[in-house]
Design a protein. Sequence first.
Length: 147
Amino acid sequence: MFRNSKLVGFGKRWEDVRSKVGGVDSDPKLREIDDQGVLFGSTDEVVGGAKSEIKVLGRQVDTHVAKNWKGHDVLDIPDWTLKKNDAWVQAGIKNRQKFYLSSPTKGNMIQTSGPFKGQPTIFSRELNMLKDAGYVRSGDYFVPPSR
C-alpha cells in the first residue's frame, strides 16, 4: 500500500479533494481509492506531474517481498477487488509509471486450479492492460511508450 498519504489526486492535497469525492473510505490507508474504484495515488516524489514510484505486479506471494522497497508501490489493501486493482493499474498507466514484474510470466498466466481453472490470472490481466497501453517489456520491467 502507499507509504505517504499526504498528497492524493496526482499531487493534490487530500484535504483539497476530500469534499469533491463522495463515499471515500474513512480508513486513511484507503484514501487513495474512492467508492467508484478510482485510485488517486501515492505521495512519493512527483516529478513533472508523473509519479516516480515503480508499481509492482505479480502473484500476491511475490509482490509481498517488495512492500518495503523504497520507491516501489504494492497494492495491498484488505478489501481488494478486481475493480480497485484495475483502477490502480490504470492510474499507473495514466501517470506513465514503470511497472516491475515480481513474478515470472512462465507458469503464472493461466489459473491451474480452483473455480477459475483454465482462465487468465489477474497478473495476466495486468500485463495485457500494459501492452494495450503501449508499454514495452525491458527485463523485469514494463516501461511506458516513448512520447
